[in-house]
Design a protein around this ligand. Sequence first.
Ligand code: UN1
Length: 507
Amino acid sequence: MTHTVTEHFSEQLGLRARALLHGLGASVPEPGSLLARTPISGGTLLPLTADTPTEVDAAIGRAAVAFQSWRTVPAPVRAALVRRLAQLLVAHQGELAELVTLEAGKIGPEALGEVQEMIDVCEFAIGLSRQLYGVTMPSERPGHRLMETWHPLGVVGVISAFNFPVAVWAWNTAIALVCGDTVVWKPSETTPLTALACHTLLHRAAVDVGADPEVHQLIQGDATVGEALVDDSRVALLSATGSVRMGGVVAPRVAGRFGRCLLELGGNNAAIVAPSADLELAVRGIVFAAAGTAGQRCTTLRRLIVHSSIADRLVEQLAAAYGQLRVGNPLDEGVLVGPLISERAFTSMQKALSRAVDEGGEIICGGERIDLLGPDAYYVRPSVVRMPAQTELVREETFAPILYVLTYDDIDAAIALNNDVPQGLSSSIFTLDQREAERFLAGSDCGIANVNIGTSGAEIGGAFGGEKNTGGGRESGSDSWKAYMRRATNTVNYSTELPLAQGITFG
Ligand code: UN1
């Protein structure tokens, strides 16, 4: 494809983005220095204006003011806003998914799945609005009641990443809103249009149900915009998704002002494949987890720990399956692997592959760039690499479709390998041996541990997050809502006496 043809194609994608924004009710933004780009061609979709420090400050201020009244709205009434948002998401699922494809390069089914994840978490939050349970405890004093109650926390800052540009926002926002918090969202500067679309839908939902639209603020721009959220003491909770490096900068700064942090950082997820595994099922699970989303999920499978007795067979089957993966324009039907997000992602993949070879690795397949849609689009074949050991490289997260294969002989050694990385997000085992499965579930040090499915593709009903360098945060289902509220312990004396705890007599 010549450059001119690529430019023309990029222009068409830009027009499509405009049409989608229009369909979603978002006004086309003022052109400025923030460029919405598409990894499909590497071209610009639309120029936007980034928010200035004054605008960011004002947005946080509006969220802080809105909090004062939003916190007094009963939680089940607050849920009406999230219910309306869910209805709008259902109505616009296709358009929003297409924007996700344009900006993040996800294939259609995965982009639709991401919007579905938003709808799912909205439904969860609606039910949750009647289940923000506090416990009661027996008091040691007669005529006293002891209980915990949960209260809205304040302004929640959400910093999200390019790879789940809308679902992770929804995990945070749907829950925060029913919890009585207001939200200031700083999306990845790579995906400003999907952010604008979500903000517009939420704004519309608020107008439709008579809620205060100021409960949600969108601030756009580069890292300095995010830093304003990090350092602002009006932001009670900062929920940040991104790299371990980013978390390492954010966490101490938020802690320094005694704010709360909820971190979803890198993963370096492994799957163990035991001799008893159903290999056909394992291959399918592995290929989706390792090559899906072009290896750009935080839950992507990056390490395969295979029993040495089946390693050759499994690697052969994987190579065959990888050979059938269609890499290409994610807007085209039948394509399973879209582009990498940027040239930087491509360069880091190439560096990792050459380091792997230096460290004694053997590239089984993939790694090569495919020139498909011009010089600025980075399409690569997902790669499988056999490694002699868990080297420093393997212990690092490279955000690209590289699957390192290691072997083991003893299940405890395999679990030790699973754990011997700095990150602790997701893990899985393929086995039909229940003892082995249970040993793994007890032994994996990750926030997510699965049996006979891959490491990615979690449902919203469970708590999502991980340990160690992954940051320790938990989002979406289960009792993750507790991070978005403050807990009060209440002691009520309904007697005429004033007994003191611990049997103390005073005067
Ligand atoms: C992420 O990659 O940041 O479990 C989130 C999954 C998705 C969420 C991934 N439900 O793969």
